[in-house]
Design a protein around this ligand. Structure first.
Ligand code: XUL
Length: 519
């Protein structure tokens, strides 16, 4: 058996696979808000940060790991697991002192992980991908490198607020003493891999590219980017590695506590999006994936590394080799949940609103679907903007709002993905909201492309399990062909008569957005 873990914004999930029989053996998940309410993070992060800060408690992720493995050990014989790989929400960082490695070596199975690791933290909370507080640091890094194009040429992205480099710089500036005490800066992914391995884990090329610190061409830390970020960083960053090469056996803590075999191997963990690329069977170019999670993302394996001239898109390492392009939208499921709660709806109301009156309502009313600051496009929004019929603008008909929200989210995605010049002639949809047939229909209609869904909506955890099997000697391409089949019944076809309707809506949406950004 091979185990894939995914530590996302709101939950930690596991998928166990048997690659020889092509079967998923077990799935389970811990929801941070519901299962660990004592951390005061109903959505996985700490609410009400200052100046755009969004942090999470890294001890929550450790408590979730103990809880999840305890549940798994009750249902399956974990001694059969040959290798574990995983993924984490991207960009989030964990800061640890020089006691981290000795604490990892001495983990006591009669105690929990959180209590034993807590004293090594030099920063009590971890900035995560939703954080928008580092504009000044982005500007400083950009100036030091001589402009945004140079940062992008080296790292695959311009300096981005949520990326780890600017976040490290903010920490160094605001608390230089704590920064100086920091011996290890880990990503969520490499932090969790370190815990499982009982020693410092490398960062993989997929997640490493989301830091504004890795040189894409050389797949190594870039000395100029490090210098522009904070002093002595070279000593504090882990090494870099491919995700499909194991680096350690599992720590004795997990053998004693959850009955893993002592020779179970650990692969470096990657980012949730690179793992999802694999879990969607999209590791080789040809398929576009839209993932609807806390963030919505649009990504594809790239035939050649190409950067976004406008700076919204990113290039990350692809765990299957080569690169992937990605665009991230902050107003994803949190925006959908906001509207759902505002009108006291449920997801079947979303389905209804999206599936009925298609021809009459499609593309008529426009919503800039941003309830909170957005990253694509980058702007401090605090409420959606409406333009359309009086009934729509008055906000009295929930179905009209839902339809315009979903159309707005996917028009914004279509508008900002044009730079990739990938053929979106077949889209694979994943993430929690992807099971909603109404949402799938709107994606198909807005992009005018057939939409496929796989049996497993949690593609990041599945991708991690496939990476674990690849690290254990199985062929990644064959694994994707076996596990990532889209059933033909799952295909949602676009309505071709709506092609001109959405072309026109796209232009109107683009103008409305440009006007709003200019104000
Ligand atoms: C990608 C991004 C998010 C996080 C959380 O750049 O910021 O998608 O990975 O899922």
């Amino acid at each position: 058996m091979f185990l894939g873990l995914d530590s996302s914004t709101q939950s930690l999930s596991a998928i166990l696979i048997d690659p020889e029989r092509g079967r998923i053996l077990h799935e389970c998940s811990v929801n941070f808000g519901n299962d660990l309410p004592e951390f005061g993070s109903p959505k996985g992060f700490l609410p009400d940060g200052r100046d755009g800060e969004v942090h999470a408690n890294p001890l929550l992720w450790l408590a979730a790991l103990d809880l999840l493995l305890g549940r798994l050990a009750q249902s399956v014989d974990l001694s059969q697991v040959k290798c574990i790989a995983g993924s984490g929400q991207q960009h989030g960082s964990v800061y640890l002192d020089d006691s981290f490695e000795s604490r990892l070596k001495a983990l006591d199975p009669t105690k929990d992980l959180a209590t034993q690791i807590a004293p090594a933290l030099t920063r009590a909370t971890s900035p995560i991908w939703m954080d928008t507080s580092t504009s000044a640091e982005c500007a400083e890094i950009t100036a030091a490198l001589g402009g945004p194009d140079e940062v992008c040429r080296r790292s695959g992205s311009i300096a981005i607020e949520r990326f780890t480099g600017p976040q490290i710089r903010r920490f160094f500036k605001s608390d230089p003493a704590a920064y100086a005490r920091t011996q290890h800066v880990h990503l969520v992914s490499s932090f969790l891999a370190s815990i499982l391995a009982g020693r410092a884990a490398p960062i993989d090329f997929g997640d490493g590219a989301g830091m504004n610190l890795m040189n894409l061409a050389q797949l190594s830390w870039d000395p100029d980017l490090m210098q522009a970020t904070a002093p002595d960083l070279a000593k504090k960053l882990p090494s870099l590695s491919s995700a499909t090469r194991t680096f350690s056996s599992i720590a004795p803590y997990f053998v004693a506590k959850y009955q893993f075999a002592a020779d179970c191997r650990i692969a470096p963990f990657t980012g949730d999006n690179p793992a999802s690329l694999i879990g969607m069977g999209a590791g080789t170019p040809g398929l576009v994936v839209i993932s609807l999670g806390t963030s919505d993302t649009f990504f594809a394996a790239m035939p050649e590394a190409k950067t976004d001239p406008k700076g919204f898109g990113h290039v990350f390492g692809n765990p299957a080799g080569g690169f992937m392009s990605l665009i991230c939208f902050r107003n994803g499921s949190l925006a959908r949940e906001k509207l759902r709660d505002q009108y006291q709806l449920d997801w079947s109301d979303f389905e209804q609103a999206a599936l009925t009156h298609t021809r009459e309502q499609a593309g008529r009313n426009l919503m800039l679907p941003f309830f909170s600051p957005e990253i694509t496009p980058r702007h401090d929004f605090n409420a959606p903007m409406l333009q359309g019929s009086p009934a729509f603008e008055s906000g009295t008909q929930p179905a009209l709002q839902v339809r315009a929200l979903l159309e707005g989210q996917f028009l914004n995605m279509r508008l900002h993905s044009q730079w990739m010049a990938v053929n979106a002639d077949r889209i694979r949809l994943t993430g929690g909201a992807s099971t909603n047939n109404g949402i799938a229909q709107i994606v198909a209609d807005v992009f005018q492309a057939p939409v496929e869904r796989l049996a497993i909506p949690n593609s990041a955890a599945l991708g991690a399990a496939l990476i674990a099997a690849a690290a254990g000697g199985h062929d990644l391409q064959t694994l994707q062909q076996t596990f990532c089949l889209a059933s033909s019944e799952s295909e949602t076809k676009p309505d071709p008569t709506l092609s001109p309707v959405y072309q026109n809506a796209l232009e109107r949406f683009g103008s409305l957005l440009a006007r709003e950004l200019d104000r």
